[in-house]
Ligand binder design. Structure first.
Ligand code: NAI
Length: 329
């Protein structure tokens, strides 16, 4: 049988993790033949709640779950980890300015980046879900100079899945008919879900939807961009199960590969593709084959798309400049 993979998850007593840990342990992420060692990080006041989560993990008697360790020190929790899923972050509270949020999270992701650099396994892959995800990932990556930059990703898969669901509903087709979706840019309200390169049953999605530009601009984009807020409005709590699902699917594709003839969206360190210079972590259409992540090249970017991508990239550059100003990168 396979030797266990060591998976660290932060924010482990939080809402997303309550929907994530059980699925990881059940084999939904890496397969039902892959044993898992879980390492769960929380802040000290949340350790008691986390003990309760571990009791529930015990009570599932998951056969793949080799061991569970919990703690509040990233240096211990990240020791030898192959995968680090950084879900925990400091939420924006009343009266907090954007700069305060970047600073509070900067402290967390600086410390976690350093701990990963010092202690993680040589093959570690790091996915940041905690917001502001792209910039938190940039901070962690900048503080881990010994880990190749491309091992740091941020999550835009939830936006990707939301966009697929909206297109499928509009077209009246099952979600499996919608492929080649792309989220460009930041995981924020400026993100750009690209329907022009998406496909429905292999045909150009924009054309199948009747070349309805008004729907794209005034319904599709704002619905996907503001979906997180709509869920908070409806549930009184932020998306947790769908965010957990997206986190799991990102890692699954990153480790096991993307399906042939499709791609996914991942926020990755930029290196010039589609005119986006290095220095930020921005979402792209990507494939993963034999463990290698590649940006899908040669997609046509119309003027409308170009302007939207540029605006989201500009926001990422502003965030990067702000954390640089704070000395975090
Ligand atoms: P939550 O507040 O229920 O849980 C977060 C947990 O992180 C808390 O238990 C907290 O104690 C813990 N935490 C805080 N600082 C920590 C640290 N330094 N080390 C370890 N743990 C720490 O929040 P929820 O709903 O689980 O969301 C987590 C994050 O994910 C938030 O930042 C949220 O904005 C973000 N998110 C991102 C999405 C995306 O698509 N990228 C989608 C939905 C949420």
């Amino acid at each position: 049988s396979k030797s266990p993979v060591t998976v660290a998850v932060t924010g482990a007593a939080g809402a997303i993790c309550y929907n994530l840990l059980f699925r990881i342990a059940a084999g939904d992420m890496l397969g039902t033949d892959q044993p898992i060692k879980l390492r769960l990080l929380e802040i000290t006041p949340a350790l008691k709640a986390l003990e309760g989560v571990v009791m529930e993990l015990d009570d599932c008697a998951f056969e793949l779950l080799d061991s569970v360790e919990i703690g509040d020190d990233p240096n211990t929790i990240f020791d030898g980890v192959n995968l680090a899923m950084l879900v925990g972050a400091r939420p924006r509270t009343k009266g907090m300015e954007r700069g305060d949020l970047l600073e509070a999270n900067g402290a967390i992701f600086t410390a976690q980046g350093k701990a990963l650099n010092a202690h993680a396994a040589d093959d570690v892959k790091v996915l940041v879900t905690g917001n502001p995800a792209n910039t938190n990932a940039l901070i962690a990556q900048s503080n881990a100079p010994d880990i190749p930059a491309e091992r740091f990703n941020a999550l835009t898969r939830l936006d990707h899945n939301r966009a697929i669901a909206q297109v499928a509903q509009k077209a009246g087709v099952p979600v499996s008919a919608v492929t080649n979706m792309t989220i460009w840019g930041n995981h924020s309200a400026t993100q750009y879900p690209d329907v022009f390169n998406a496909r429905i049953n292999g045909e150009n999605a924009f054309e199948v939807l009747g070349s309805d530009f008004d729907w794209v601009e005034n319904t599709f984009l704002p619905t996907v961009q503001k979906r997180g807020a709509a869920i908070i409005d409806a549930r009184g709590a932020s998306s947790a199960a769908s965010a957990a699902n997206a986190t799991l699917e990102h890692v699954q594709n990153w480790v096991l590969g993307t399906p042939e003839s499709d791609w996914t969206s991942m926020a990755i360190p930029t290196s010039g593709a589609y005119g986006i210079d290095s220095g930020i972590i921005s979402s792209y259409p990507v494939t993963v084959t034999d463990g290698t992540t590649s940006v899908v090249e040669g997609l046509e970017i119309n003027d409308f798309s170009r302007a939207k991508i540029d605006a989201s990239v500009a926001e990422l550059r502003e965030e990067a400049a702000a954390v640089k100003e704070l000395g975090l990168i």
